[in-house]
Every structure is written in C-alpha cells, then in structure tokens.
Design a protein around this ligand. Structure first.
Ligand SMILES: Cc1cc2nc3c(=O)[nH]c(=O)nc-3n(C[C@H](O)[C@H](O)[C@H](O)COP(=O)(O)OP(=O)(O)OC[C@H]3O[C@@H](n4cnc5c(N)ncnc54)[C@H](O)[C@@H]3O)c2cc1C
Length: 246
C-alpha cells in the first residue's frame, strides 16, 4: 500500500509513536508507522548478549499492573484492551553515596524512615518537601493524561468535563511552573537530603533539582507512593506493545 493511501503516517516507533498509532488504529484510522532503526520501541527496547537481556533505556516503571495508576502507558494499554505482565518489587533499589547507601522504598513513609536513620532533621525537612509535592500531585491526578491534547480545544473540553479538577489545579499554578529546586530551597536545608533530591531529579530528567520541573517529580513521588513499582516480564522491550514486533 502506498504511503499516501494512509490517513496517518507516524515517524518513529518509540512509545509515543506506537501508542498514538495504536489508538488511531483502534479508532478505525489506517496508520503507517515508519522507523529508521532496526528495532521498534525507540528508547524502550531490549537487546540480548550471550543469553542476558539488557534494557536500552527505561527500567523504572510505576503502576504497570494497576489499572488505577496514572502511568500514561498503563492508561493507553487499558484503553486498547491490552495487558502487560509485570512483577512488583520494593525497594526500588539502593542509592550509593560515598558515605553510605540508602534503600529507596515505594511508600514515602518508609522512604522517610530510612532517611531518618541517616539524618532525623533531614527526614523532617523532607516531609515538608514531600507534602508540597503531594499537594501538587493530587491536583494533577484529577485530569486523565489521555484526555490531554495539543490544540486550542483542550481548554473548553477540560472545562466542560473536569471543572472542579481544573479549579483545583488553578490553585496550584505557581507550583506547576516552579522548579523542584525552588520547592527544595523553601523546605530543605539539610545538605544530605538536598543531594538526595538532586539525585532523584537527575535519575528522572538528567538534570539536578533546579533544572527539573516540579510536576515531574510530584508525579513520580505521588505515583510511587500510591501504586506499584513494577517491571515488565521479559524486560523493557515488552513495554513496547506486542503487535510492534519487528
Ligand atoms: C537511558 C534512558 C533511561 C530512561 N529511563 C526511564 C525510566 O526508568 N522510566 C521511565 O518512565 N522513562 C525512562 N526514560 C524515558 C523513556 O524511555 C522515554 O520517555 C520514552 O521511551 C520516549 O518515547 P518517545 O516515543 O517519545 O521517543 P523515542 O523512544 O526516542 O522514539 C523515537 C523513535 O523515532 C525514531 N526516529 C527518529 N527520527 C526518525 C526518522 N526521521 N525516521 C524514522 N524514525 C525516526 C527513533 O529511531 C526512535 O525509535 C529513559 C530514557 C533513556 C534514554
């Protein structure tokens, strides 16, 4: 079939392209996905060497098996009627610092308890930081990510369907635009905890707290606390939808 015969052509088979293509196909639109690499999945694929499987990119996931999760991948898979087998685990891992290691637990109360063994004062300050982040997360939670779109119709559509949630979000506008660093500066002085927050940001965005936007970390901390941390059976390549096998 010639490319011009398709209603939609998507360049790139990363998670973004694949999920968009799948939703379009589900809506009955003929869709072509073009990929320049030899594997589908973009950053999210796996490769094998000598019988071992390695992730090329993402390896931390939240809520893959929890239908109530805000993870957009989970939401899209649910909309498509697809499921992904995954294994829940906790702690997420251990962060190794020159002076000691810290287990990173899913539940913020457990996270804070581990932190209190390093610095009780820092853990108390972290709780203030955490409360602000969770306040923002609760505001974001009301709007399903799959409802968001890139054109001007988004606002009237959200206003019609989610007036209360939009209002809640409006009260958090300054935080929506803040960096994590600004919130950290207002709540945390302890140098050990500041370095930990910098590390959490770096692992998420590749930048430290002052270069990372607050909603990103609010969403990560909130989802971690509320839902599962899990890993797809068969490595990250499986998180690319199964119908995209090359
Ligand atoms: C090292 C690393 C670790 C990460 N860790 C995590 C994590 O633990 N948890 C998490 O949730 N997220 C993580 N992420 C982020 C997550 O992987 C990405 O947000 C997501 O996979 C991006 O998907 P995408 O579709 O936007 O883009 P991409 O995955 O980059 O896909 C773009 C695709 O387009 C193709 N392409 C580009 N140009 C063309 C062209 N001209 N013609 C044809 N094809 C083209 C590329 O080959 C690629 O396949 C990580 C990312 C990286 C790189």
């Amino acid at each position: 079939m010639a490319a011009t015969a398709y209603q939609n052509i998507i360049i790139g088979s990363g998670l973004g392209g694949l999920t968009t293509a799948a939703l379009l196909a589900q809506a009955g639109q003929s869709t072509l996905v073009c990929e320049s690499h030899s594997l589908a999945g973009g950053a999210a694929h796996s490769f094998e060497r000598q019988g071992f499987h390695f992730d090329s990119g993402p390896s931390f996931y939240c809520g893959l098996t929890d239908p109530a999760s805000g993870n957009p991948l989970t939401q899209v898979l649910a909309q498509l009627g697809e499921s992904l087998a995954a294994i829940a685990y906790d702690p997420l891992g251990h962060y190794h610092f020159p002076d000691r290691s810290l287990p990173i637990y899913r539940k913020l109360a457990d996270y804070r308890a581990a932190l209190a063994q390093v610095t009780p004062q820092g853990a108390a300050e972290f709780q203030r930081f955490e409360q602000r982040m969770l306040h923002l997360y609760r505001g974001l939670q009301g709007l399903p990510l799959t409802e968001l779109r890139g054109d001007w119709k988004l606002f009237p559509q959200l206003l019609g369907r989610y007036p209360r949630e939009l209002l809640q979000l409006a009260t958090r506008l300054p935080m929506l635009q803040a960096s994590v660093g600004q919130i950290m500066d207002a709540t945390v002085q302890d140098p050990w905890v500041r370095r930990l927050i910098d590390l959490e940001c770096f692992l998420l965005s590749g930048l430290k707290a002052h270069g990372t936007v607050a909603p990103e970390v609010a969403f990560m901390l909130g989802e971690r606390d509320r839902t599962t941390i899990d890993y797809p059976w068969g490595a990250a390549g499986r998180s690319s939808p199964p119908w995209c096998a090359p």
